[in-house]
Design a protein around this ligand. Structure first.
Ligand SMILES: [Zn+2]
Length: 91
């Protein structure tokens, strides 16, 4: 990742995650009484909060398995992702 564009990228990601957080909070309120949906939203909410925390501590964009930089396209599409392409269990 280029140092020059890093700040901008982090800012964008933070904004994207904050917005996602807001959306999830709203959906969570609307999901009142639907336990399965609530559980799913809570997981997403936690992932979102963890990603925001990673921006604060400077480990955002690092694969939590191998420590390599996560592919930028992957991060942009899904800023809550914690693994690079080769370590991602969902791909
Ligand atoms: Zn990895």
């Amino acid at each position: 990742m280029l140092a020059m564009s890093e700040d901008r990228f982090l800012q964008d990601s933070r904004q994207q995650l904050s917005k996602l957080h807001e959306t999830l909070m709203t959906e969570l309120i609307e999901a009142k009484g639907k336990a399965a949906l609530q559980a799913k939203l809570l997981v997403e909410l936690r992932e979102c909060e963890e990603a925001l925390k990673r921006i604060d501590i400077g480990s955002f964009g690092r694969c939590q398995h191998c420590g390599e930089a996560v592919e930028l396209n992957l991060l942009k599409g899904e800023p809550t992702t914690r693994f690079c392409l080769s370590c991602n269990p969902e791909i």
